[in-house]
Design a binder for this molecule. Structure first.
Ligand SMILES: *Cc1c(COP(=O)(O)O)cnc(C)c1O
Length: 701
């Protein structure tokens, strides 16, 4: 295992070479995602929820996975949760077995996340808690700009890089303001994809020379606002995404008597792959086809505005996991840029959009949760492609703009939440009751199956046990088995499962059929969180985020679990977790201890999750804090309190005064009927009112 401190500036840095030419496939073996086929095995539905317990965990004696508590080290935890793969240089584990945050990356200083959470809780900031580290944001901006600076030096590129942050990725005011502040030395700008985002960008960005890129659907008001902003000294570039916008821009320019700066968004033929692959290609939602680009050029020329056309933009999708796809896009765009110059436009900027990926599972592959290149490779490939295209055509190179959202914002926040309780699969019998004279054949079969289980017949005995159990159920249905007999059969079945599972972990390679067993036998951990609110992409598009305990990492996690959230929705769960190869259906967690909190962290979720969350079951925004490292520890820069019930109810048009009044009137009636005492009615009203101004999540304090 490589030492944490030994890595270079960019965590996934392997080489700073530009990636190889397209002809040489750089793609590492694609690891194909196993769609988590929900086994509708009947045993899936019933076994759980037998011992749901809040906080304390008095579950039946239960066979643990083979443990060797003494031998478990933090290195084992590092390997299990792959924290170096996805977390370097920001997240690691300390000797106390707690997750440590090093928000300044390699520049030193760190915080014990577990201690931090405890001290925030003492300040009445309840879980779930979203913790944002401003220093990580700063580090990401520096890193991206550093990679481009290095690439520019390496290829002697006679131009500059000026990045912008796409506001849609995380619109939170404190985050955008922090970003503008730390981006200042690099003239880092903002990208708007809508009118409200334009309003944010124009008000927040006060960096001379930084760009405001205006994307998305535009109406007259949007366009005129962008043009007028030039009078405030802003470089607002209107990117034409639809042909109709050309006329609108020409009109607005004539009306205002101001020359706009205009770009075109081209639909490249290079297609992204994976989830966001449809952002590019001829049928993409946005952008002009090549014939439309030519039409736009002619329309601008006729209107005397060709000199306004200075930027070429493309965006082939987000989280592009294969560098080959990016390289192809850069090459195609380089040629379009050259051609636009040849047509007489005074081209100055190439905007390569987003797509720079994040390695969520740390595997460095072109799996959708990963990427097979690093930030430096990316910068090198952009710079090299533009230099090649322009040198060959003998035109000046453009200023390079990128709109990296995910790569900038993902790392800066950690969502910490607590586990409220758990339930296990039915336990095995401590002592298997020996076979009695005259027991039913099916019970004898199950008993003998149990006895015969050994390392070399796991799959066979598992199939047998499953089949016998199903037969027992149908025999019961026909009246051939009594209720106690059926219970005996089921207990034997679960005992078989436990025995097989315990032995299975000694195998090097687990056969696919036995992986099912892992799911069936998984515990369920109930988490104080709404997946719909805090990790919508996990629910909506099966995105993987690294999840792990933030303490107890010196102990072996002996349970294997899936996570169920607070909502009453069966989709409110997490049952896919990062793994080196593919995904895994259970997460290794520690046995809950009575009266001891158990905290989990979800990492790399700073991009897109906050705004797309929804109010399913009326769980609102979580508490959020902005933490900055200081020489002595940390300061809390901002606290953003999560939604109260009053606020959440307000979103669906319930007025809290009316609600209270309704309850009050009902208590009066009930009192008159003698159904409730005065004291009880007062208590009910007090609870009701207190709830309204409280947090929507469960209180763990
Ligand atoms: C969403 C989006 C981005 C950001 O993409 P990331 O992959 O998060 O960097 C950039 N540009 C445009 C036009 C977008 O729609």
């Amino acid at each position: 295992m490589t030492g944490f401190a030994a890595s270079s500036t960019e965590p996934q840095e392997l080489t700073e070479q530009a990636t190889q030419p397209l002809s040489q496939p750089t793609v590492s073996q694609p690891t194909v995602a196993q769609p988590s086929t929900q086994t509708s095995s009947p045993s899936m539905a019933q076994p759980v929820a037998l011992s749901t317990s809040l906080k304390s965990h008095p579950s039946a004696p239960e066979p643990q996975l083979p443990t060797n508590a003494e031998a478990w080290t933090i290195e084992d935890s590092e390997e299990l949760y792959r924290i170096q793969g996805w977390g370097e240089p920001y997240f690691s584990i300390n000797a106390a077995g707690h997750v440590v945050v090093s928000p300044k990356g390699m520049r030193g200083g760190s915080l014990d996340l577990f201690d931090l959470v405890n001290s925030l809780q003492q300040r009445n900031l309840e879980l779930p808690l979203l913790i944002r580290f401003s220093d990580i944001l700063e580090d990401r901006i520096e890193r991206l700009n550093g990679c481009f600076a290095k690439a520019i030096a390496r290829y002697s590129y006679p131009g500059v890089y000026k990045g912008v942050f796409p506001v849609k990725c995380n619109q939170q005011r404190h985050l955008v303001e922090t970003l503008v502040k730390y981006g200042k030395p690099y003239q880092f700008g903002l990208e708007a994809g809508s009118k409200p985002e334009l309003l944010i960008a124009l008000a927040s960005l006060n960096t001379p020379g930084a760009l405001v890129i205006c994307n998305g659907y535009k109406d007259r008001e949007y366009i005129e606002t962008a043009i007028l902003a030039q009078k405030l000294g802003k470089t607002a570039i209107i990117v034409l995404e639809q042909l109709e916008e050309v006329a609108c821009v020409i009109e607005a320019s004539h009306r205002l008597g101001i020359k706009p700066i205009v770009g075109v968004r081209a639909k490249l033929s290079a297609k992204g792959i994976g989830r966001w692959g449809t952002s590019a290609g001829d049928r993409a939602k946005f952008g002009l086809t090549i014939p439309e680009v030519l039409t736009a050029v002619e329309q601008l020329r006729e209107a005397g505005l060709l000199e306004s056309l200075q930027l070429l933009h493309f965006h082939i999708g987000s989280q592009i996991s294969a560098i080959s796809v990016l390289k192809e896009a850069f090459r195609e765009a380089g040629q379009i840029y050259v051609e636009l110059s040849r047509l007489g436009a005074p081209m100055r900027y190439i905007d390569v959009g987003g797509g720079l990926g994040v390695d969520y599972d740390g595997s460095k592959t072109n799996f959708h949760a990963s990427k097979n290149y690093n930030m430096q490779n990316y910068a090198n490939d952009v710079v090299a492609a533009m230099k090649d295209a322009c040198t060959q055509a003998n035109i000046p190179v453009p200023t390079i703009v990128s709109e990296s959202g995910r790569a900038i914002a993902s790392h800066q926040s950690v969502l910490v939440f607590d586990v409220l309780g758990s339930s296990d699969a039915p336990g095995m019998e401590d002592v298997i009751t020996p076979l009695q004279e005259g027991e039913h054949l099916i019970i004898r079969n199950l008993f003998e199956t149990y006895e015969s289980i050994s390392l070399d017949n796991l799959q066979e005995t598992y199939n047998d046990a499953t089949q016998f159990k199903e037969e027992a159920v149908s025999l019961f249905g026909f009246g051939y088995l009594s209720l106690p007999e059926r219970a005996r059969a089921e207990r034997l079945y679960w005992s078989c499962c436990h025995k097989i599972q315990t032995l299975m972990h000694q195998l090097e390679f687990v056969p696919e059929e036995l992986e099912d067993l892992e799911k069936i036998m998984a515990s369920i951990y109930y988490i104080n969180l709404s997946v719909f609110q805090s990790a919508p992409d996990s629910w909506a598009i099966d995105q993987l985020f690294p999840i792990m305990p933030i303490h107890r990492l010196t102990e072996e996690p002996t349970k294997r679990a899936t996570l169920a959230d607070l909502t009453c929705d069966s989709d409110g769960k997490i049952d896919q977790f990062i793994d080196l190869r593919d995904v895994k259906s259970v997460l290794e967690l520690h046995q809950l201890q009575p009266e001891q909190p158990y905290y989990l962290g979800m990492f790399l979720n700073g991009a897109y999750q906050e705004i797309m969350g929804n109010l399913h079951n009326l769980f609102g925004d979580t508490n959020a804090v902005h933490i900055q490292l200081t020489p002595k520890g940390f300061t809390i820069e901002h606290v953003v309190k999560g939604d109260t019930m009053k606020e959440v109810l307000g979103y669906v048009q319930y007025d809290s005064e009316d609600l209270i009044e309704s309850i009050r009137q009902q208590t009066e009636v009930a009192m008159e009927d003698g159904k409730i005492s005065l004291q009880e009615s007062q208590m009910l009203l007090q609870h009701y009112e207190r709830c309204l101004s409280g947090y929507t999540y469960l209180s763990s304090l």
